[in-house]
Design a protein around this ligand. Structure first.
Ligand code: PHE
Length: 337
């Protein structure tokens, strides 16, 4: 019996074969159990002899099964390792890494520049009330200058903000007319424009506001000059031209000289050699007053610029739609710019 069982163990090729052998020889209906169960019928003298014999046989078979089990497991492990082996000498598949959007980069660069001059970064809602978008900026209902910015209205009183200037009024209100304000606010704005190479119904702006005692136009010019040179290079000049915005008085538009230098010398990018990049001016007394600042004590300057324009100028992008159509071939060119 023992020899027969051991031979079967030897021949087992899988754990399930082994299990069969175990059940057949050591199981409840197996011969060993049968022998042990029949012990009662044996004489006093035979019992220990047969008992011991049965136990030795059982132990031998159990041990053989155990050993075989370990061997089978080792073989199985070996097989798996071979099957799953990785050939580290094969060339890897290239992984393409993404990067920040060109606009994000420009906005962050501009933020850093203004943080360096002591400005804080603020944000405001894109769905804005008529009050903050227009009224608080000296643009009462029916004011003709409202037409300068074609708006997306949601209700009679709610619209998608047409510029980031409402954040001027919101910030001043929050500071309750009692302390200087020095902030910039980047964000998305919306206008009812037909999209083309230079217009988009959604674009971004960065607003700037500095309110304190004795702020002068020359402070505005100094800040903008520093900003332009840091962003575009020391050889760039700025110029301010008179303009009109209802919320600033006087109002200006700022141009930057657009000499473009390359391998074969420098050329002027456009007819006049100047390109407009922002609007600004001295905060209108009505705007200060409505937001709770006494215009006899406080004054300030404000400006608003378009990061798309600036990115187009700095990186030679020829169509504003590139920023929004998400063509990776365009976007990935600037990952290391
Ligand atoms: N909000 C103006 C625009 O969108 C820009 C601006 C901001 C002008 C602040 C003056 C002061 O055209």
């Amino acid at each position: 019996l023992k020899a027969e069982a051991l031979e079967k163990v030897e021949k087992a090729y899988s754990p399930s074969d082994l299990q069969d052998v175990k059940v057949a020889y050591l199981g409840k209906k197996g011969p060993i159990t049968e022998v042990l169960r029949g012990m009662g019928k044996l004489s006093q003298e035979e019992r220990p002899i047969i008992g011991e014999l049965a136990n030795t046989v059982r132990e031998a078979i159990t041990e053989a099964i155990e050993t075989k089990k370990n061997t089978l497991e080792a073989i199985e492990l070996e097989r798996k390792l071979q099957e799953e082996a990785i050939d580290v000498t094969l060339p890897g598949r290239p992984v393409s890494v993404g990067g920040p959007h060109l606009l994000t980069k420009i906005v962050e660069e501009i933020e850093d520049l203004f943080i360096g001059m002591g400005f804080e970064i603020r944000e405001g809602p894109e769905v804005e009330t008529d009050y903050y978008n227009f009224e608080a900026l000296n643009l009462p209902k029916g004011h003709p200058a409202r037409d300068m910015q074609d708006s997306f209205y949601i209700t009679e009183d709610l619209l998608l903000r047409t510029h980031t200037s409402p954040v001027q009024a919101r910030t001043m209100e929050e500071y309750k007319g009692s302390r200087p304000v020095k902030m910039i606010c980047p964000g998305k704005v919306y206008r009812r424009d037909t999209d083309d190479a230079t217009h988009s119904h959604q674009f971004t702006q960065i607003e700037g506001l500095y309110v304190d005692k004795n702020v002068r136009m020359s402070d505005l010019k100094g800040v903008l000059n520093h900003f332009a040179k840091q962003l575009f290079g020391e050889d760039r000049e700025i110029r301010l031209r008179p303009s009109f915005f209802p919320f600033t008085e006087p109002s200006v538009e700022m141009d930057i000289s657009c000499k473009v230098c390359g391998g074969d010398g420098c050329s002027v990018c456009k007819g006049t050699g100047w390109i407009e990049i922002l609007g600004g001016g001295m905060v209108h007394p009505n705007v200060l007053e409505m937001a709770g600042y006494d215009p006899k004590v406080y004054n300030g300057f404000a400006f608003g610029m378009g990061p798309e324009r600036i990115a187009m100028l700095k990186y030679g992008v020829d169509d504003i739609r590139h920023f929004y159509t998400n063509d990776v071939r365009f976007l990935s060119q600037y990952h290391n710019a």
